[in-house]
Write a protein that binds this ligand. Sequence first.
Ligand code: HEC
Length: 211
Amino acid sequence: MKIVLTTGQWAMILFITLISSTASYAATPEAASAVMTIDEESFSCIREMTPVRHFYVDNLLGDIEGTLAAANSPEGAVYPTGSVVQLVPTEVMVKREPGTFMASGDWEFFELEVNESGSTIVKRGFVDVVNRFGGNCFACHAPAKEKWDFICESGHGCEPIPINHKMTGALQRSDPRCGPAVLESGDTMALIKLKAMVGIGLTKKWLEDLF
Ligand code: HEC
């Protein structure tokens, strides 16, 4: 059977072809720019990030104002894509592209090794990253999901950790990626205490009691 198309039908086919090729053409650059490349080069000296209270923030897409606005919102807010949050040099949360992983609010968790020459990613993921003390990042941060977008701080619903801000401050001031440590009085003691706690398995014991 021979199919004969009228001029109107040909016009319609041409129109549909044009529309679909324009649509895919328009979608390609947008999709490409929306995916962030996150590797060990994405992380460096914690103290070069922007301090907020006792932790540090940054934004891999340049939207540091948006990240700061979320971090400083008294009622809590959803952090914008590209946000980086760190309390200690070896643990990082990065806000990925919308729809990347719903359960974790698009936060990707990273466990790093850091030394004078930079960072190495030991583990990364959304719900299955376990830190050096045997704790699951997502599970601990999940109680702060509502209102605080998984950011624990204090009073956001997460169980407190046995590491105080004197210790996290000492870890920030001795981040090996920043060059020589700039310790304040009491930092050496805080680091010795932290090391002892980890050494005798106190943090692990505390975690076992918790779960
Ligand atoms: C045992 C529970 C627990 C585990 C496991 C845990 N966190 Fe946290 N995290 C907390 C708590 C509680 C705070 C707030 C501490 C404070 O400021 O006093 C915190 C703070 C942070 C902060 C600073 C922003 C905030 O939420 O206050 C980041 C970033 C962070 N954790 C990332 C991680 C990553 C990445 C992992 C896994 C590699 C991880 N955490 C594992 C409980 C945990």
